[in-house]
Every structure is written in C-alpha cells, then in structure tokens.
Design a protein around this ligand. Structure first.
Ligand SMILES: [Zn+2]
Length: 51
C-alpha cells in the first residue's frame, strides 16, 4: 500500500526513500531508523516497480 515517503537514517543503508509499506527494502528499516520524507534521496527501485 502507498504511504508517505520515508527513508532510513542509518548511514549504511542505501540513499533512497520509499513510499510503499510493502517494499521489501523499506519494510526492513527498524522503526528507530525510520524518518519521514524523502531525505533528498532518489526513489527506491522496488517502490518504483510497485507503482
Ligand atoms: Zn522501497
């Protein structure tokens, strides 16, 4: 399902943002590392495929 943009604050994670709650990459971000917004990153490729 489509959600507001979010990204990981962990420097070791890819510099991308997500906007799908079911994204395989985005769903692995722990809550404590999850920030709202794009973070100025490009969109995650998994999320692009999800539509
Ligand atoms: Zn994603």
């Amino acid at each position: 399902m489509k959600v507001y943009a979010y990204h990981s604050t962990n420097p070791s994670d890819p510099d991308v943002y997500h906007d799908h709650s079911t994204c395989v990459s985005g769903s692995q971000i722990p809550q404590r590392n999850r920030a709202s917004g794009t973070g100025g990153y490009r969109r995650c490729e998994h999320c692009i495929r999800l539509g």
